[in-house]
Design a protein around this ligand. Structure first.
Ligand code: ARG
Length: 464
């Protein structure tokens, strides 16, 4: 029995090197459990249309169940590699034919690998998108828990823009800012998961549908799609479902890369804002003192890698005429790579994050340095009736003088500013805690606003 699913019309076998070049088996092993499900649904479609009789359907289901078990316990990969099949679809078909020679010969009736790949990819996309949603939700939950802890502690931090000291904030506010994108990422994954099961390609055949009365509804129902696809040519030619998940992947990893970059910086002696745990740090083979943030660096690097895979996947569809082209095998490989790498990186990111602790005193000590309260002082002038331009200039001059004298802003500066503005006195925060407490807008870093923000985000998270 040949493991190739074609060959009758050729008089000579294919060139072994070219067959190896065209093989996607190594890339699609991860699809194996989903392809079995696709085949089980196809058996339902065959039986529902009386294309195979009940004993044949039962024999096929039996064989597919065996394959499912072999995939689960790891035995199938070895069979697949030794089978000489071009891809996972051929390998599963070969194993079914080996287990049930007679019934197995009917499994592929009315089916093409084109509708099979498209359906299998949709099931894979759904599964990985759900995992992506769960991982990003879990990261967001962890960040929210850490935020609640730091809100309790009242930990202060100098927020930066352009990496320059900007304004004092609560560390809980930074943690909320880190959590928000992961909630958005979870929404994107959840939407991709839902979209993946919108339209079931199975029963589309190679491109034009089938003359066999396949029971498409039965297949659709077993696989829990909303409906059978409306157009066979589109159904077998699109890779939208897996591209959507890959897109959600790159976006989530971009978010993780930004938090990672900040932690890498915070772990330097120049900042000293975090301590990396032993379990998630790495040493140097030469420098005995080293404690390196490799995991966060790798997550950052992975984000670029996955962005490249995603762009590669989309690019491989650009300019393709409608319908199936073998180029789409490359799309699949790149998109699958993006998904697998992302899920591993998100898991590593969360583990490393859980193992990282904050150096609260170091953060607090620097929260008001760099004149981070200057904006509040200018705001106080504005609230007392000075126009915004004048307030900005006046406070800028006071900052310049203090900087020249090598000191922070103090009560004396407030008095001077009051004088210059023709006011009796100026009430403005002079330390980081007072600055944070003085914030009045929703979404700000005041502890009330952060408490409300965290509660709202936590509630939203549970709706995904
Ligand atoms: N390995 C191929 C892929 O992943 C399977 C589909 C082959 N279809 C075909 N018409 N040659 O795209």
């Amino acid at each position: 029995m040949t493991s190739l699913q074609w060959g009758g019309r050729f008089s000579a076998p294919p060139d072994a090197a070219l067959l190896a070049f065209g093989s996607s088996l190594a890339d699609d092993l991860v699809l194996a459990p989903f392809d079995v499900r696709t085949s089980q649904a196809h058996v339902d479609a065959l039986a529902g249309g009386s294309i195979v009789d009940a004993p044949t359907a039962a024999a096929l289901h039996d064989a597919l169940q065996t394959v499912a078990t072999e995939i689960e316990d790891g035995r199938f990969a070895e069979f697949a590699r030794g089978s000489g099949a071009e891809d996972i679809h051929g390998a599963i078909d070969a194993r079914v034919r080996e287990l049930q020679p007679q019934a197995g010969a009917s499994l592929h009736a009315g089916r093409s690998r084109n509708d099979q790949v498209a359906t299998t990819l949709a099931l894979y996309a759904h599964d990985r998108a759900r995992t992506g949603a769960a991982r990003t939700q879990s990261i967001a939950r962890h960040l929210l828990a850490r935020a609640a802890e730091e809100l309790n502690e009242g930990t202060l931090l100098a927020a930066t823009t352009h990496m320059q000291p900007a304004q004092p904030v609560l560390l809980a506010f930074w943690l909320q800012a880190a959590a928000e994108p992961f909630v958005r990422a979870a929404h994107r994954f959840a939407a991709a998961a839902e979209f993946a099961l919108h339209s079931c390609p199975l029963g589309s055949g190679a491109v034009a549908g089938s003359t066999l009365p396949l029971d498409r509804q039965a297949a659709c129902k077993r696989l829990e799609f909303s409906q059978p696809s409306r157009n066979a040519m589109d159904a077998i030619g699109t890779r939208d479902v897996v591209l959507d998940v890959a897109n959600a992947c790159v976006r989530a990893l971009a978010d993780a890369s930004r938090v990672s970059a900040e932690i890498v910086l915070w772990a330097t002696p120049g900042f000293g804002y975090v301590r990396l745990g032993d379990a998630s740090s790495t040493g140097s083979s030469l420098m005995p003192q080293k404690r390196n943030p490799d995991i966060f660096e790798l997550v950052r690097g992975c984000a670029s890698e996955v962005a490249g895979l995603y762009v590669g996947a989309v690019s491989s569809t650009i300019g393709l005429p409608l319908s199936y082209h073998r180029d789409l095998q490359e799309t699949k490989k790149l998109a699958l790579g993006a998904c697998e790498r992302t899920l591993a990186a998100l898991d590593a990111f969360e583990r490393a994050l859980r193992d990282t602790s904050f150096e609260r005193d170091a953060m607090r000590a620097r929260a008001a340095t760099g004149y981070t309260i200057a904006t509040d002082v200018a705001d106080a002038l504005i609230a007392a009736g000075v126009n915004a331009r004048d307030a900005h200039t006046l406070v800028g001059a006071v900052v310049r003088a203090a900087e020249d004298a090598g000191r922070a802003l103090d009560e004396h500066d407030l008095l001077e500013l009051a004088n210059e503005a023709g006011l009796k006195k100026l009430n403005a925060p002079l330390d980081a805690a007072a600055s944070v407490a003085a914030k009045k807008t929703s979404g700000s870093t005041s502890s009330d606003a952060v408490r409300a923000g965290l509660a709202s985000l936590a509630a939203e998270l549970e709706t995904i």
